[in-house]
Design a protein. Structure first.
Length: 116
């Protein structure tokens, strides 16, 4: 059972529940945590307060663009340049990590909307 794009733990729990009754949400969360630890899935944003997860095969530093209609996830280059990080350092900040998620509508969903 594979999701073609981003999904939440709740989405996965509903899908698993249709095929295997009795699987608890806590079990799904534990399985997802193990999959994240193994690098099989990554957190790619959020939807309605829940973490969005997706398969991501990239090992380089990048961020994600998530389609808010179909959930398609695309890896994108980091938009922060070294000047922004140097500016933070100049102000006395030590940047240890950052997260950027871009949300929008993919070309396929836009085309379907225009056609329909």
């Amino acid at each position: 059972m594979a999701f073609p794009g981003a999904f939440t733990a709740e989405d996965l729990h509903r899908t698993v529940g249709r095929r295997a009754e009795g699987v608890g949400l806590a079990t799904v969360y534990r399985a997802l945590a193990a999959m994240q630890e193994a690098g099989a899935i990554a957190s790619v944003g959020e939807r309605d307060g829940s973490a969005l997860l997706a398969r991501c095969g990239r090992d380089d530093h990048h961020h994600h663009l998530v389609c808010t209609t179909c959930g398609t996830v695309v890896g994108v280059e980091c938009p922060l340049d070294h000047a922004a990080l140097k500016a933070a350092t100049r102000e006395g900040h030590l940047v240890t990590r950052h997260e950027i998620t871009l949300y929008g509508v993919c070309a396929g969903c836009r085309d379907r909307k225009d056609a329909g």
